[in-house]
Design a protein around this ligand. Structure first.
Ligand code: SAH
Length: 415
């Protein structure tokens, strides 16, 4: 019978006998763990030699002797010679040192597990009836898939580790466009501070006792100021809780993620940032608009549409090969378009308004710069919308116009 045991080898003497590929694989794990590693082998494979050089490990360049296992906490023997491995295992048995014997079906007094890590949760898989590493690997792969997508509640019950903050990009809306890392961090979170845009449906999957705080701007409701949000994040994390700040799109594209990172760092709170598809790219894409397209658009200019035109934006709009993408641009669009036309941007420059990208309510309105403000008004274009100005916004770019491809109402690519 075998039981699994979590072992901490950091700083503890660990002897690896043999210099081949099995040793190389174990070295990677043991070095990551911070074990005090000694390798005993007359010769080394190139991988083992590289590990030893890169990490300054000790190497005894000779055949193993009994005294090599002295004072070790853990020994791993993989010499390729059954007799030598059995001898090493026997010394360890006498000395009461745990030993993995790589050439023995019963694997000495210990065996390596197939290991899965998801954040700070570690699962080790071994079989109880002989050694079958491929089966263990297969099982651990399935467990990894489960944990990585946040398929199990990973919250700490005892607050044994300090709190922290993850600024998590949620993408443009659909839950299945979230990254695995985002899902796993949500499964670990004690507190989720969410915007109104983004994958809000994922919040329904959270345990009822996860604290969910909505800070997004909903029309007609008080929305938290950025300072209030920063203070909230820092406050919860300082109290030892794990905080996910869930955002629509990418945290660093008009998401004020930079300010939140600064607030955390200033307060000494550990913070990580998880990227995601930004609506500036993903929403036009949902309407069949590539923001760059060989021969049509060679660069992209992304702006906050609430501000007046800058010289850089005037130049982008005037350039046939630049795509200009406006976020938060619906309210001020008429003024912006007027400034662009006055600056000499061609009146027939294609414009597309893509509302509610990647949702059931997605709608695309295509027009040209001269008519765009009126067309948007008569179509009743509302936020959230991404506005694309540039040749890529023209209908029929990807497929011949004669084929009914991009349905005007839904914007979904169809055949
Ligand atoms: N960090 C986000 C952007 C935040 S600014 C990102 O990377 O996507 C908010 C603006 O994003 C909205 O005003 C709108 O212009 C755009 N937006 C976000 N989600 C959208 C969606 N599903 N459909 C259309 N526009 C969207």
């Amino acid at each position: 019978m075998t039981m699994t045991l979590g072992v901490t080898l950091a700083g503890r003497r660990t002897v690896l006998v043999g210099g081949g590929s099995v040793t190389a694989r174990r070295l990677t794990r043991l070095v990551a763990e911070g074990a005090h590693v000694v390798v005993v082998a007359p010769e080394l494979s190139p991988e083992v030699r590289t590990m030893i050089d890169d990490h300054g490990l000790s190497w005894r360049a000779r055949r193993v002797r009994r005294e090599d296992v002295d004072r070790a906490w853990f020994v791993h023997t993989a010499t390729g010679d059954r007799e030598v491995d059995a001898q090493v295992a026997a010394w360890c048995e006498t000395e009461r040192i745990l030993c993995v014997n790589a050439s023995d079906g019963s694997h000495g007094s210990a065996r390596m597990t197939a290991e899965v890590r998801a954040g700070d949760v570690i699962v080790g898989v071994v079989g109880d009836s002989g050694v079958d590493p491929r089966r263990s690997a297969r099982v651990s792969t399935r467990i990894r898939e489960l944990l990585e997508r946040g398929g199990a509640d990973l919250r700490r019950v005892r607050e044994s580790a300090p709190g922290g903050v993850a600024l998590v990009g949620g993408g443009p809306g659909p839950v299945d466009l979230m990254t695995l890392r985002a899902r796993r961090l949500l499964a670990e979170a004690d507190v989720v501070i969410a915007d109104r845009l983004g994958p809000v449906a994922v919040l329904d999957e959270l345990d009822p006792d996860v604290e969910v705080i909505h800070v997004g701007k909903a029309p007609g409701h008080h929305s938290a100021t950025q300072d209030e949000i920063n203070a909230l994040i820092v406050d919860r994390a300082s109290a030892g809780r794990r905080v996910v700040r869930l955002k629509g799109g990418d945290p660093f594209v008009f998401g004020r993620g930079g300010e939140e990172v600064t607030a955390c760092l200033a307060a000494g709170v550990p913070v990580e940032v998880v990227p995601a598809p930004t609506s500036a790219v993903a929403v036009p894409q949902a309407a069949g608009i590539p923001v760059t397209h060989r021969g049509t658009a060679s660069s992209v200019h992304i702006i906050n549409g609430q501000h007046d035109l800058t010289d850089a934006t005037r130049a982008a709009l005037a350039d046939d090969e630049v795509t200009t993408v406006l976020l938060m641009g619906v309210a001020a669009f008429r003024s912006l378009a007027g400034q662009a036309l006055a600056a000499g941007v061609p009146a027939d420059r294609p414009v597309a308004f893509v509302e509610n990208g990647h949702t059931e309510r997605q709608r695309t309105t295509r027009t040209t710069l001269a008519r765009a403000a009126d067309d948007a008004e008569s179509a009743g274009v509302r936020n959230p919308a991404v506005i694309v100005i540039g040749e890529v916004a023209a209908a029929g770019l990807l497929l011949p116009a004669a084929v009914p491809t991009i349905a005007a109402e839904t914007g979904r690519v169809s055949t």
